[in-house]
Design a protein around this ligand. Sequence first.
Ligand SMILES: *[C@@H]1O[C@H](CO)[C@@H](O)[C@H](O)[C@H]1NC(C)=O
Ligand SMILES: *[C@@H]1O[C@H](CO)[C@@H](O)[C@H](O)[C@H]1NC(C)=O
Ligand SMILES: *[C@@H]1O[C@H](CO)[C@@H](O)[C@H](O)[C@H]1NC(C)=O
Ligand SMILES: *[C@@H]1O[C@H](CO)[C@@H](O)[C@H](O)[C@H]1NC(C)=O
Ligand SMILES: *[C@@H]1O[C@H](CO)[C@@H](O)[C@H](O)[C@H]1NC(C)=O
Ligand SMILES: *[C@@H]1O[C@H](CO)[C@@H](O)[C@H](O)[C@H]1NC(C)=O
Ligand SMILES: *[C@@H]1O[C@H](CO)[C@@H](O)[C@H](O)[C@H]1NC(C)=O
Ligand SMILES: *[C@@H]1O[C@H](CO)[C@@H](O)[C@H](O)[C@H]1NC(C)=O
Length: 426
Amino acid sequence: MKKMFLKLVLLCLCLWRLDGVFGELVIVKDGDSVTLNSDLTEMKDDDVIQWKFKNTLIAEINKRADRITVYDDVLDGRFRDRLKLDNQTGSLTITNTTTEHVAVYYLQINSEIKRFRLGVQRELLDGERAVSVKEGDSVTLNYDLPEIKNVFVIQWMFKNTLIAQIIKLLDRIIVDDDVLDGRFRDRLKLDNQTGSLTITNTTTEHEGDYTRLINSMSTDFYLHVFVEMSVMEGDSVSLNSPLTEMKDDDVIQWRIGDENTVIAEINKRSDRITVYDDVLDGRFRDRLKLDNQTGSLTITNTTTEHAGDYKLLKFSERFSSKSFRVSVYARLPVPVISRDCLSSSSSSCSLVCSLVVNVSHVTLSWYKGISVLSSISASDLSISLSLPLEVEYQDKNTYSCVLNNPISNQTTHLDINTLCHTCAGI
Ligand SMILES: *[C@@H]1O[C@H](CO)[C@@H](O)[C@H](O)[C@H]1NC(C)=O
Ligand SMILES: *[C@@H]1O[C@H](CO)[C@@H](O)[C@H](O)[C@H]1NC(C)=O
Ligand SMILES: *[C@@H]1O[C@H](CO)[C@@H](O)[C@H](O)[C@H]1NC(C)=O
Ligand SMILES: *[C@@H]1O[C@H](CO)[C@@H](O)[C@H](O)[C@H]1NC(C)=O
Ligand SMILES: *[C@@H]1O[C@H](CO)[C@@H](O)[C@H](O)[C@H]1NC(C)=O
Ligand SMILES: *[C@@H]1O[C@H](CO)[C@@H](O)[C@H](O)[C@H]1NC(C)=O
Ligand SMILES: *[C@@H]1O[C@H](CO)[C@@H](O)[C@H](O)[C@H]1NC(C)=O
Ligand SMILES: *[C@@H]1O[C@H](CO)[C@@H](O)[C@H](O)[C@H]1NC(C)=O
């Protein structure tokens, strides 16, 4: 699942119909076809329809002159043999889409203008490396340096902007971290031996395409930055949008999982808030709260079914996204300390800390004061855990048995006086 999550890179994955009744959004995969619907069932005899990519005319139907024209040689031929115009409805189909087709499209029907935003979701390129990092952590982009005899220069680019380079001939490292609004300021480290680039204290602004050039040999990386959220079963978790206020034109969506299932949407343009809590077997039913100012999403009364990867997509002047990884941990039972009468002797008291649980990712430990004496972990669901301890009857230290998972713990303190005098016959 994690692998799949990394494989899909969202460039701007919307086909956005601002004027549509519903502001529907459609994902187009790299290489697939997409149809931009005119919403006309049939054109009238004197209709003129024009399709524009940004400001360039790419297709036209003039019913009056009975003319259909597709200008697919414009813009370096990026539309060549890729446009199909429906002569009944005026809808435009783009086949074999690539990231070059990402843009705003305008449809003019006589004097009425409709706006579409097309985005393409692409798979990782051949040879491209996917790297995933938790927001705030450091990440090093470093994969098998090719064997090159004479390395003259190693360069790193982020979305085609040079951010760091080593010029071996001059024995110089140049880190230009002031580019791109300073998002890399004081965050870049370039290793002068291996050429690897480390980004410290990552934020979602660092998500995107990186290219390493050694002499002229390039390797591509895609860095995926996610925010990690942990929550205890039954509690609420809030996934905070970076917006303080949504603008009038904004559309945001919350999606979950590899399938990118939409669970909530706010469309300011049509002033609509929609929560799709019936999807995925209803696991979100009555559990989603959407903040209509910021777009933040709260999941209440969580269960382990709500763990997963969430994405907030924002369609505005620019497309942007923010990823969250939610872990839901079970509530922990209290561990039980009991005396093991069979193993006890006259000089030492044998104890066992145990529990019957059906939770994962837990560790059971014996503590003496604040130091750990022993522990066992269970990463999968397990039925019973037990951990022995042997103490002298006169021992004056404090012992405790602690069960913990990454976000909580349950502790039982050992009372030697009470517990070690309960076996008959010793
Ligand atoms: C519309 O397209 C169909 C097939 O693509 C063609 O048979 C028909 O002649 C066209 N009509 C006009 C008016 O161009
Ligand atoms: C799709 O476009 C790519 C170039 O972007 C080309 O290599 C490929 O042959 C095209 N596929 C089809 C089915 O036209
Ligand atoms: C490269 O690193 C080595 C040791 O790590 C150091 O001695 C050398 O000065 C560094 N070169 C540059 C250009 O920083
Ligand atoms: C990490 O970056 C955030 C801003 O994005 C900043 O507030 C914080 O102080 C930085 N932390 C460290 C350890 O540099
Ligand atoms: C936003 O939410 C507040 C309180 O939850 C409500 O009073 C307001 O009407 C909502 N606005 C819209 C546009 O739904
Ligand atoms: C929380 O969800 C559980 C089922 O997962 C349900 O039994 C319980 O009533 C819910 N609690 C609240 C406060 O909604
Ligand atoms: C443990 O929990 C899982 C799901 O949470 C459930 O399918 C399984 O039946 C449980 N096992 C026991 C022994 O309770
Ligand atoms: C148990 O959790 C409390 C806070 O909830 C924390 O202060 C304490 O250090 C934790 N103990 C252990 C052994 O993890």
